[in-house]
Design a protein around this ligand. Structure first.
Ligand SMILES: [Zn+2]
Length: 223
């Protein structure tokens, strides 16, 4: 039997076209980890793989000092769409009528609960896949607002496997804010990191025990 184009049924993804005729449902996937767990690296990797697989998507993040980019600690970076509190993410997904195939969203802990709800709507109504990456808890050990809403709505929520470590070698589960060398548990959620201004604010990875104790790496004392 000769296979002719009319009965050739394998569907191929043509670059620049919607994949919706081959994909029935979208998935809202939330991958979480501490700082340094490789979230941005994974976000960049997924975006790269899907783009090279012929899909149309957008990489989204918050504006930081480096501008509208997602940057990995391993040195890779890519242009990103900036999500500020005014942005309606559904408009990014609709892309002026040429609906995208997927969104990769970094730093989702800073998205508003309304914007997280928009991600769920994008998955349900537009059938996009949404890959969200972010932190679980802030320096106070409390869920970020955006993270809490995402845990409530995500189809899949999973810890990133490339785990960061506390100075003691245990798995780091918390981000400690250290002000002038002392860990703090309250204060403004967002602190502008300005090297010219005192006090010195840093973030350190800790296991739960050392986050709770407020204990950083002990100074090494030589005999
Ligand atoms: Zn520890």
């Amino acid at each position: 039997m000769t296979v002719t184009p009319s009965n050739f049924s394998i569907q191929q993804t043509i670059p620049g076209t919607r994949r919706s005729n081959t994909s029935v449902i979208g998935v809202l996937r939330f991958s979480f980890g501490t700082m340094g767990s490789g979230k941005s690296t994974q976000a960049l990797q997924i975006h790269h793989n899907l783009t090279h697989g012929g899909l149309n998507g957008a990489l989204c993040s918050m504006l930081d000092r480096k501008g509208a980019r997602v940057s990995s600690r391993l040195g890779v970076s890519a242009e990103a769409v900036v999500i500020d509190p005014e942005v309606d993410i559904r408009e990014i997904a609709r892309n002026g009528g040429e609906v995208l195939d997927y969104l990769v969203c970094d730093e989702v802990q800073f998205y508003s609960p309304t914007q997280i709800e928009q991600l769920a709507e994008i998955v349900d109504e537009l059938r996009l896949d949404v890959f969200a990456f972010g932190l679980l808890t802030d320096f106070r050990g409390r869920l970020f607002e955006g993270t809490a809403r995402l845990l409530e709505l995500a189809d899949v929520a999973e810890a990133i496997q490339c785990e960061a470590r506390c100075w003691c070698g245990d798995r780091a589960t918390h981000n400690a804010r250290v002000v002038d060398g002392v860990q703090v548990y309250d204060g403004e959620l967002m602190v502008v990191d300005d090297p010219a201004q005192a006090p010195d604010v840093r973030y350190e990875l800790r296991c739960r025990k050392h986050w709770t104790a407020g204990q950083g790496r002990p100074d090494i004392v030589l005999d």
